[in-house]
Design a protein. Structure first.
Length: 241
């Protein structure tokens, strides 16, 4: 499938039309941003890793019965996906306190939850992606009651599948992650990406100490060094090397 005109350029990806109106091509860049675009940089090789990692995880999830946007990987940085209408919600699932949760609620990073949490942010850069609840999402007509129910169920299933997958195969604890969903032919499908840009991965067992080892974008956000190495390491483990 060939790239036609560019439809969109985001912070980390470009989207191109194809000859098929149902499909687009997503092209992953090495550009990295954090704090709503305030911090900018490049992570060499990130685009390749995020593309391949997201595709492997989407295929794993499809096998577990989760509908996704994934169609076909073209090459290192380019993938054909279903052309969805993105539901303007960032869906965040957490297993362990970290990042904005720890800050907002005054809970130390590394506090294990009794059960996973879900939260929604309204995807709107101008407003800084504000935290909202289901009723806000309905009032703002971002999604229907049925869609919100489906999204919640899918997000928790993705969490269970990903948590055990990462622990068993990569020796990594899945701390939290962000998902986005889209509408495709009347159905909700998992869209966007699942990568070290959108998940917190901590070296197994390191989260209950004050010195957890991050294998994700926190190395960039927090200037911890070894950013490229962390992306390479998690990808190497994913490939089973
Ligand atoms: N996240 C993301 N995009 C965002 C905000 C968060 O992918 O715009 C991911 C982030 O990588 C982490 C999880 O969602 O895995 C929870 O992030 P948090 O709310 O703690 O925000 P942060 O501390 O990153 O600002």
């Amino acid at each position: 499938m060939e790239k036609k005109e560019q439809l969109y350029e985001g912070k980390a990806k470009k989207v191109f039309a194809t000859e098929n109106p149902d499909y687009v091509i997503v092209s992953y860049k090495d550009d990295a941003t954090a704090f709503n675009g305030l911090k900018k940089g490049t992570i060499a090789g990130k685009g390749v890793i995020n593309n391949k990692m997201s595709n492997l995880l989407m295929q794993m999830l499809e096998k577990k019965g989760i509908k996704t946007h994934f169609v076909e990987e073209i090459d290192d940085r380019n993938t054909v996906v279903k052309k969805v209408e993105i539901v303007p919600l960032e869906v965040i699932i957490r297993n362990v306190a970290a990042g904005s949760f720890s800050k907002r609620y005054g809970v130390p990073e590394g506090t294990l939850f009794m059960s996973p949490t879900i939260e929604f942010s309204y995807k709107n850069d101008d407003l800084g992606d504000p935290l909202i609840n289901d009723y806000h999402a309905l009032a703002l007509k971002l999604a229907t009651v049925e869609e919100i129910e489906t999204i919640k169920k899918m997000a928790f299933t993705v969490n269970e599948e990903m948590k055990s997958f990462f622990k068993e195969h990569l020796n990594v604890d899945l701390i939290d992650f962000k998902l986005e969903f889209g509408r495709f032919k009347g159905e909700i499908v998992l869209a966007d990406e699942i990568s070290p840009d959108t998940c917190r991965f901590w070296e197994a067992g390191s989260w209950d100490t004050t010195k957890h080892v991050s294998l994700d974008k926190d190395r960039f956000r927090r200037d911890l060094g070894g950013v490229e190495d962390a992306y390479q390491e998690i990808f190497k483990r994913l490939k089973g090397e």
